[in-house]
Design a protein around this ligand. Structure first.
Ligand SMILES: *Cc1c(COP(=O)(O)O)cnc(C)c1O
Length: 228
């Protein structure tokens, strides 16, 4: 049964977090699970919400729409590439955007966030490793980007998101997370609303916890393998 699988996987993930937090001398309650539900069905999402998960993340606007209207009363995060022609939907439908990499996109989200809604929570996606070809703000440009977002009245700057390139050793991954963590600490000094360090996925959550993650983005360890 699907529901049993999900509950069991959630238990395994929670146990992994508990062990890693204990090893790092951290309180597991300070580490949020963000369930990455791309390519998953509304039924699977509802089952995980029923099991106690409150935060879900989607990467593609196209497939998110049906799920956002099917599963209410949870917090929705957008973690995919933000295209200019999708900012309105994102600003109107999501609670968080963790993948902001351009000032122009931040300004559009700010303009398009409805006034009856609370400010849109925003994380800056950082390119931790300069050799990484995926989108991200280079670390030296993060302070300026943070200042821009903090100056947008309909946005609330919450923190940084990043991921090390795939296929790196545990040691290199730890080094990447550590540099993101120190950038987070320095941004936090200038911006009191910053409280979220979003790093760590199914395969490297222990390393991320050791380096200070406050939020883990977990897909396959909760839902099982995706078709992508
Ligand atoms: C898919 C995805 C994840 C989840 O990855 P898993 O390895 O399945 O846990 C996390 N973050 C981002 C940005 C993703 O696109």
């Amino acid at each position: 049964m699907v529901v049993t699988d999900i509950t069991e996987r959630l238990k395994v993930v929670r146990d992994r977090i508990a062990v890693a937090a204990a090893n790092a001398g951290r309180d597991p309650a300070t580490i949020r699970i963000l369930a990455v539900s791309k390519r998953q069905s509304p039924a699977a999402i509802a089952a995980l919400a029923e099991a106690g998960i409150n935060d879900f993340a989607e990467s593609y606007v196209q497939e998110a729409a049906a799920k956002l209207s099917a599963v209410k009363h949870v917090t929705w995060h957008f973690i995919g590439q933000v295209q200019s022609n999708k900012t309105r939907f994102i600003a109107e439908s999501f609670d968080w955007v963790e993948s902001v990499v351009r000032e122009r996109i931040a300004r559009r989200l700010d303009e398009q966030r409805p006034h009856h809604a609370p400010a849109l929570n925003v994380c800056i996606q950082v390119r931790i490793d300069p050799r990484d070809s995926r989108p991200g703000v280079d670390p030296e440009d993060v302070p300026a980007m943070a200042a821009t977002i903090a100056g947008c009245p309909r946005l609330c700057l919450r923190g940084l998101m990043g991921m090390p390139p795939a296929g790196r050793s545990a040691q290199e991954t730890a080094r990447s997370f550590r540099s993101l963590s120190s950038l987070f600490e320095s941004i936090r000094k200038d911006h009191p609303s910053v409280d979220t360090l979003s790093m760590g996925m199914s395969g490297d959550l222990e390393i991320a916890i050791a380096e200070g993650a406050t939020q883990l983005r977990i897909g396959t360890a909760l839902f099982g393998l995706r078709s992508d």
